[in-house]
Design a protein around this ligand. Structure first.
Ligand SMILES: Nc1nc2c(ncn2[C@@H]2O[C@H](COP(=O)(O)OP(=O)(O)OP(=O)(O)O)[C@@H](O)[C@H]2O)c(=O)[nH]1
Ligand SMILES: [Mg+2]
Length: 478
């Protein structure tokens, strides 16, 4: 057959016919499924009630204006109770909303493990497709980290964009990053996520670009992209390292002055920033959204007995926090791992605060903060069920209930924090000349005064101080 025999019209006709047949087959599948009323009630694919959100109850989040997607959530429920599965989907819904999406529907499938090729079972994929058609959704969000192949296979079958939980969290972080450091860290995490997925996207790109047999240009493009991303990642790592120097210097300064540091850590939306504002008037952003805080804020404050210490509000944690983010945020997470005391804020009104405590401790361990003294501060006592509060208080030795909103329990919590600060250990008994008022101030800020007297030659002080200050006072004598 020569090229002249090649009938382009016939080819178009053939492919149109093929497409029509495909559509017909698919429509009949949909028709079949729609005629199976029991299908929806089957245990394997349950609908989570009360999850679809209406615009009016989400109007508080301004992020929404950036981008509004209509999403269907899909989860695979492999272990735990039905309530665990529902909680997981509720959290996914909250994440999707924070990212600016409208949640139309949520589906959970019970399976031993996710399907290796399409995450949910092939029979159920068709049902998700049906829900997508019925609701007009433009995105499917899966409650896990999917392989590039799974994402692609599922996308081809449900015919709308498919993203996983990791991509969703990365997206929220990208929207909320304000500082240069935060932005660089998020970008690094995004690229770490992107790199192994490049091949999959490259494949479809090369098909588009080159047509039949035209893989060459596409492959080349993937290589260039990969190199560009690697270069960019190296640059970001360098930038982050440079910014870390400034952060380290500040921390070392505090350390040298023996200023105790307290990190407010905890699950996202637990009320860390609200507590920070209560304790320091820092005026940090409080929002009923996940990961409202990304950049740590540190403020100096003074204890009742006059000692100075710092409080840091930090980024929230979440179950299965993407490891790319933990890795990229190492330097800001040092506010937690380098602290003298962790105030672990827990949302007592959450349906499963125990699971949140577990998840937070896991991240704290991962970043090397497992040995730091911890106070469990159970927040939202104003709306939490009293029996949950009692249970949490019983189970956790160093725990306190409070409400950042009403102020309940705040005084007791502050006392607990201040009595847990590292104690100055060196006893001094000295007379400081009046022209060294700065040293007297330092002892007040950093030490514990036992007695103080004003003599003609200076201030006589008996106090407990840290080693560094004791040395300075020692050199005063010589
Ligand atoms: N009812 C009640 N709500 C509270 C309390 N404390 C905080 N909240 C609410 O909980 C939501 C989250 O508060 P934030 O202080 O932003 O929480 P966060 O832990 O800093 O959250 P991220 O920075 O997003 O991780 C806000 O809507 C607060 O108004 C409280 O004691 N009672
Ligand atoms: Mg916050």
């Amino acid at each position: 057959m020569s090229n002249d025999d090649f009938d382009i019209d016939q080819l178009i006709l053939d492919s149109a016919k093929a497409a029509a047949e495909y559509d017909a087959a698919e429509n009949s599948l949909e028709a079949y499924e729609q005629n199976q009323p029991d299908l929806q009630d089957r245990y394997a694919l349950r609908r989570v009630k009360g999850l679809s959100t209406e615009m009016e109850d989400v109007s508080d989040a301004e992020y929404r204006q950036l981008r509004l997607e209509k999403v269907v959530l899909v989860g695979v429920w492999t272990e735990g109770t039905a309530a665990d599965a529902d909680n997981s989907m509720k959290e996914l819904a909250a994440l999707a909303e924070t990212a600016g999406s409208e949640v139309l529907e949520a589906l959970i499938q019970r399976r031993d493990k996710p399907d290796p090729s399409t995450y949910i079972g092939s029979g159920k994929v068709a049902e998700v497709r049906q829900v997508v058609i019925a609701t007009g959704a433009d995105t499917v969000v899966c409650d896990g980290e999917l392989s590039p192949a799974q994402l692609r296979a599922l996308e081809q079958k449900v015919k709308v964009k498919v993203i996983d939980r990791t991509a969703l969290i990365l997206d929220i972080f990208a929207q909320h990053a304000k500082s240069r450091e935060g932005k660089a860290q998020v970008e690094l995490a995004q690229m770490t996520y992107l790199l192994p997925r490049l091949r999959g996207w490259g494949d479809s790109l090369s098909r588009q670009a080159g047509g039949i047999g035209g893989r060459g240009p596409g492959e080349t493009k993937i290589e260039t992209d990969r190199r560009r991303i690697n270069d960019k990642m190296a640059k970001l790592r360098k930038e982050i390292k440079e910014m870390k120097v400034a952060r380290d210097t500040k921390r070392q300064e505090r350390r040298r002055n023996s200023i105790p540091s307290v990190a407010i850590a905890g699950y996202t939306n637990a009320g860390k920033s609200s507590l920070m504002n209560r304790l320091t008037n820092a005026g940090v952003l409080v929002e009923n959204a996940l990961f409202a805080t990304l950049d740590p804020t540190t403020r100096k404050t003074t204890s009742e007995d006059g000692r100075v210490y710092t409080l840091s509000d930090t980024v929230g944690f979440v179950r299965h926090l993407p490891h790319q983010l933990v890795e990229a945020f190492k330097s800001t997470l040092e506010e937690v791992s380098g602290a003298d005391l962790i105030v672990h804020v827990v949302d007592g009104s959450h349906p499963d605060p125990h699971e949140q405590i577990r998840a937070v401790r896991q991240v704290i361990n991962e970043i090397g903060g497992g040995d730091i003294l911890e106070i469990i501060a159970i927040n939202k006592a104003d709306i939490a069920p009293p029996e949950t509060l009692m249970q949490l208080l019983r189970e956790n030795p160093n725990s306190f209930a409070f409400s950042a909103r009403t102020g309940f329990g705040i005084e007791t919590l502050i006392k607990a924090i201040e009595s847990s600060l590292p104690q100055p250990r060196v006893e001094i008994n000295t007379i400081i000349p009046f022209n060294r008022g700065d040293l007297v101030n330092k002892i007040h800020e950093r030490g514990e005064i036992l007695s103080e007297d004003y003599l003609p030659e200076g201030t006589s002080i008996h106090a407990m101080v840290d080693g560094g200050l004791a040395k300075q006072l020692e050199s005063l004598k010589s």
